[in-house]
Write a protein that binds this ligand. Structure first.
Ligand code: HCA
Ligand code: CU
Length: 477
């Protein structure tokens, strides 16, 4: 691994993240997010876009008064009048004006010499903000789709005007790591050749799923400030998750960030943004440290790192084992241990029985079987005398049934007979607008075995294609 200078992580949950459809944070929520980012060691926090209206300007002004170790950045267009909306207490002002012709065409209809406008306006706005005492970033919006020669020309103007940093964002999210190496390499060289100290900032959108890899590549190609946003929030597919970036820096390079605190913040942001963390999200996803396949479980039970890049405790989490349709007896052991069962006192065949019953439950009932795992564990364990787990007094369920053709006489006759025998099934109704055609209500049977028999009965009935079972809970009255 190259010897790379420690980057500064910039979190823009409060600016880019606020550009996620449907997301809004109150002032209190923004303050909490800021404080927790700061506590976690994030070096720069983008606190908002004060130029977008009086309401936002006032909120940004409040945020700029919150004491943090992290430097605070505000986002503006490259306009003097936007700079005037930046409140005291902000350290770094970002000024964006795209050098890409496509943007200039779409945005500045009335200006005849669009490129000419960029090369004069960018340095003008930078000087204006520098004179007001700010550190200044120039953002070459959509840098990857700008004419490379013109991009260099504008960057040159920006560094001459005193820009402290240059952001080369992949605004439209189509760049690859190879493109990044070229563009960041060229601009790094340009800055070095001019003997300037301007830093390069990396900001990548995830439209093609490349944002995180692009950001790391940008760092290796000279960027010093790397942008992230909690839980990948941002325009469209978002930008890299700050937690994952910080995890990479700590795990791979030993740079210190409080990952456990960032993991808690991820949950908080999930709650206040209303955007769920996908279960398979790296680091913060519910499944990120869960082993499922029997072969994985067997190895991971002894050494989780067989199937993980780092120890879950590094981010304040624990490895876990799912039961599920592929479970192995090691997975069962781990699950029992977690429930406080003394597994050393149990014979191997107990684990195997639980394993086999869980697997068959999935075959018979579909994914609804996940709600039966605990019942299976209790039914098997209670027979051993080693542990006593309280079972629900009775089991109720809904069986969804897909038949060859709805309203089929044979199937309905079968149902009538079943209902007449009155063994657990209390009602069968047609359902519409689902991939299933009927729903059977099972009320208060005494064991899973009994439920299995009922489902097996349906499965053998003429015309039945498939079934799925849902265990039901309390009735709300
Ligand atoms: C945008 C701006 C930006 C700016 C990035 C930056 C982008 O919303 O168009 O200032 O570094 O993606 O280009 O988010
Ligand atoms: Cu962006």
């Amino acid at each position: 691994m190259q010897n790379l200078e420690k980057p500064m992580l910039l979190d823009t949950t409060l600016r880019e993240g606020l550009q996620t459809p449907g997301v809004y944070f109150t002032l209190e929520e923004r303050i909490t997010i800021m404080r927790e980012l700061d506590k976690s060691g994030i070096e720069l926090i983008e606190i908002g876009s004060p130029y977008t209206g009086e309401g936002e300007r006032r909120i940004v002004a409040e945020l700029s008064m919150v004491k943090t170790r992290a430097l605070k950045a505000a986002h503006c267009r490259a306009l003097e009048s936007d700079v005037d909306t930046v409140p005291d207490g902000v350290d770094w002002v970002a000024l964006y004006l795209s050098p890409a012709d496509r943007h200039l065409e779409a945005k500045f209809e009335k200006i005849a010499d669009k490129r000419g406008f960029v090369v004069t306006q960018v340095p003008r706005a930078i000087r204006y903000a520098k004179n007001k005492g700010y550190r200044v970033r120039y953002t070459a919006e959509d840098a990857f789709r700008a004419d490379p020669g013109f991009l260099k020309q504008v960057v040159e103007k920006a560094i001459e005007a005193g820009a402290d940093s240059i952001s080369l964002p992949d605004t439209s999210g189509g760049a690859s790591p190879t493109d990044v190496r070229r563009v960041y390499g060229e601009i790094s060289r340009l800055i070095r050749d001019r003997n300037r100290r301007s830093l390069i900032e990396a900001h990548f959108h995830n439209d093609m799923g490349m944002a995180l890899a692009n950001t790391i590549e940008a760092w290796m190609s000279g960027a010093r400030i790397l942008h992230g946003s909690m839980n990948w929030l941002g325009e469209r597919a978002g930008i890299p998750d700050t937690l994952i970036l910080a995890t990479w820096m700590k795990i791979k390079h030993g740079y210190e960030y409080d990952l456990a605190n960032l993991t808690r913040l991820a949950e908080y942001v999930e709650k206040v943004s209303g955007i769920n963390i996908p279960p398979n999200n790296p680091v913060s996803g519910r499944n990120a440290f869960t082993h499922t396949a029997g072969t994985h479980q067997k190895a991971a039970f002894r050494d989780p790192l067989t199937y993980q890049p780092f120890d879950a405790s590094m981010v304040g989490r624990e490895s876990s084992f799912a039961l599920g349709p592929m479970v192995g007896s090691e997975g069962v052991k781990a699950a029992l241990k977690k429930r406080g069962v003394e597994i050393d006192r149990l014979e191997e065949k107990v684990f195997e029985e639980i394993r086999d019953r869980v697997k068959s439950a999935y075959l018979l009932h579909g994914r609804g079987a996940s709600a039966m795992e605990n019942i299976i564990i209790a039914e098997v364990l209670n027979r051993t005398g080693v542990a006593k787990i309280t079972l629900p007094e009775s089991i109720s369920a809904r069986i969804l049934i897909d038949v060859e053709s709805m309203g089929d006489k044979d199937f309905e006759d079968f149902c009538r007979e079943l209902l007449a025998r009155n063994r657990g099934v209390t009602e069968i109704i047609e359902i519409w607008g689902s991939s299933f055609d009927y729903m059977a209500m099972v009320d208060s049977v005494s064991s899973l075995k009994e439920l299995d028999n009922i489902v097996n009965g349906f499965r053998r009935a003429k015309g039945v294609l498939k079934t799925e079972t849902l265990i039901t809970g309390k009735k709300i009255r």
